[in-house]
Design a protein around this ligand. Structure first.
Ligand SMILES: C[C@H](O)[C@H](O)[C@H]1CNC2=NC(N)=NC(=O)C2=N1
Length: 112
């Protein structure tokens, strides 16, 4: 399996398959800093990034926004003083798609 961060998101159709349990383990091992959270029955990938201040948190947030637009796949983002919580899941299938693991890996690449 090539590095997830080098892959492109595929258009996520409403009938696209969620990742299997085995894929969750396999892909999850490639993004070890991320956790799987289940909210209202929807599995989501989540990671908290720490920064020295709010300005740096916003710089990262804006880079992430650009990435999301490039891939047309968008995260949940909570930007606070010194930290940004990023959450990836696929709204169209109310769960986790391979796209979400790809985007989590790409998000990690934004950190200098
Ligand atoms: C209309 C729909 O929102 C768009 O097709 C895209 C936009 N970005 C998206 N982002 C995420 N995370 N999941 C989606 O299903 C999704 N759909």
């Amino acid at each position: 399996m090539s590095d997830l961060s080098e892959l492109k998101c595929e258009a996520c159709q409403i009938d696209a398959p969620k990742v299997t349990e085995q894929e969750m383990v396999e892909f999850g091992q490639m993004i070890p800093e991320w956790t799987v959270e289940n909210r209202d029955g929807i599995n989501q990938l989540e990671r908290v990034y720490k920064f020295k201040n709010f300005k740096l948190a916003m710089v990262f947030t804006n880079k992430l926004a650009e990435l999301a637009e490039e891939e047309f796949h968008h995260p949940g983002i909570l930007t606070e003083w010194g930290k940004v919580t990023v959450t990836w899941w696929s709204h169209s299938i109310k769960g986790l798609h391979k796209n979400d693991f790809i985007m989590a890996a790409k998000t990690d690449q934004l950190i200098d």
